[in-house]
Design a protein. Sequence first.
Length: 130
Amino acid sequence: MLKLLHITGLWLHFLLPSVLCDNLLCFYSPMLEKDKTPEFVVTECPPSKVCFMADGRYGNHSVLSARGCMAKKDCSQKQKVHFKGTTYTVSYSCCDQPHCNSCLNIALEPLCLTLALVTVRSLACIFLYY
C-alpha cells in the first residue's frame, strides 16, 4: 500500500503542475541542419508563449530547422540568422496545441490515446504485483 501511495504521489508531483498552470507543452530542438536528426525534448512554455517551427532557407533550399516556444506576436516573421558563417532567412510558424510542433505531419490524438492506455496498463500491472 505504501508503494501505491508513493507512485501516486510521484504522478501527482510531475503531472499536476502542468495541469494547474495550463502551460503549453512543445517540442524543443536547437537550430540544426536538415540532414541531421534532431533529438526532440519536450519543454513547457512560459505563459503567453506558443509552439513554433522554424524553417531556415538559403536561396530556394530549406536547410535548417528548429522547434521551441516563442511569443505569439513574433510568429509568422522572417529573420536573417547567421549560422556557421552563413546568413539564412528563417521563417517561423506557430501553433497553440500541445506537441503541435512535432516533425510528424500526423494528428497526435491517436498517439496520445495510445500512450495513455499503455501508461494505465503499466500502472495496473505495478499495482497488481504490489
